[in-house]
Design a protein around this ligand. Structure first.
Ligand SMILES: [Zn+2]
Length: 164
């Protein structure tokens, strides 16, 4: 009887450990796919890694991180940005940014937004217009020629986070 009980408890332990590991993997995956600020799916071409107030997050685009820093009056540091033409994460130092173009970075899915997020976001879109990053200035200029928008340097983008 005692042996049977110990086999049973071992099985339970294995199942619990499996669920725990699965949940952990799922959470990890979620945090990589979802914007840490607005909870939208991250567009691979606009993905940035940013620190706002010292907390590092995966963000759907530069504009969303700038909005967060400005609204929360916190410091913004860009850790990595995605080079739009190649989809690779690159250093934001020396990168060029295009704002106000006709290309939409985020898919709108307001139903995913949780209730703790501010209501004004439903009317005002924190991610729009999306900001795209380019490691090559010529590529950024070509993008502007095709899609409109304004070319900005990293210091110009960071300065926007400090505007009130
Ligand atoms: Zn976002």
């Amino acid at each position: 009887m005692a042996k049977k009980a110990s086999i049973y408890s071992t099985l339970v332990l294995i199942v619990v450990a499996g669920l725990f590991a699965g949940g952990y993997l799922l959470m990890n995956r979620r945090s990589r796919m979802e914007c840490g600020f607005c909870r939208r799916q991250i567009n691979a071409k606009a993905h940035v890694v940013a620190e706002v107030g010292g907390r590092r997050r995966d963000v759907c685009c530069t504009h969303c991180a700038v909005t967060e820093a400005r609204q929360e009056k916190k410091s913004l540091r860009l850790i990595a940005v995605t080079d739009y033409p190649t989809g690779k994460l690159v250093s934001p130092e020396g990168a060029w940014f295009v704002e106000d173009s006709r290309v939409i970075a985020c898919q709108h899915d307001m139903s995913k937004m949780d209730e703790s997020k501010h209501m004004e976001q439903l009317a005002f879109d924190r991610c729009s217009p999306g900001t795209f990053a380019f490691s090559d200035r010529k590529a950024a200029e070509a993008f502007v020629d095709q899609n409109g928008g304004v070319l900005r340097s990293l210091p110009e983008v960071l300065a926007e986070a400090e505007q009130q």
